[in-house]
Design a protein around this ligand. Sequence first.
Ligand code: MG
Length: 321
Amino acid sequence: MTALPMVVPDAGLPTSVTIWEVGPRDGLQNEQAVVPTAAKVEFIERLAAAGLPVVESTSFVRPDRVPQLADAAEVMAGLRRAPGVRYPVLVPNVRGLEAAAAAEVSDVAVFASATDTFAERNLGRGYEAQWEMFAPTVARARELGMSVRGYLSMCFGDPWEGAVPAERVVDAVQRLVGLGCTAISLGDTIGVATPGQVADLLGRLRGVGVPAEAIGVHFHDTYGQALANTLAALRCGITTVDASAGGLGGCPYAQSATGNLATEDLVYMLDGLGIRSGVDLDALIATSAWMEGVLGRPSPSRVVRARRRTAQAQPGTPGRQ
Ligand code: MG
């Protein structure tokens, strides 16, 4: 039997995409279970071995804020780093940055909000006040020769404020670029965006001179729109897409909903479109199947589930459509 998906390219899309794997950080941070350090290290190493070029590994935040990632230094110390793979970490401030530098990290990320309410709740200060908090962190990271990604939350909607004006998101992106961020990730934190909204925002960013190469997209599948939004972004020339292996990590503000776009679902679509990502889908699925055992719950990834059903089903079962 020939492997699926069939490969049928689309001329309007990029020929290669960089998947920014966030499972070990964004995924595990939002899981109920606390995963042992050794399992985290194995997870990161398996993801890199599956071909993911960027594996965001942990977060140097206060352990009382994110107990799931309290072992950040131990994880980075235990990791056998593969050549050519980047292992970024989140840092909230200069203190976290210095801890990351001591762990021989060369890529960091700061996290900002496009809305006042989420900035207040997540950072303890409003939209306007957050920038001065990031400035010394980004400046020091650049001084150390690190790349700095700026995560921007609530770019397409906010659970407290509702709609988020695109002008506000453009302003926030420009501020992060102005601070010295080398890349920006546009987060649909509650998973409410639709493809036209994505294309509109990306068009506005292009209009003010932010290059598509500097932008990554971070979609959540809460409303089932993550892949549609990803395709819309690819049509706008975006070539960096965030995803979480196995779909790990729900959104803490939408408890019943699925969270991060599953890396397997993204790779399946990219493979079908003939877009290179370098990722071995089978190795990735095997990794997520292993992680299901660690977490004690099934993966929400459609591809992980479909492949399991396919493996269990007898070929030629009558009545299947
Ligand atoms: Mg996320």
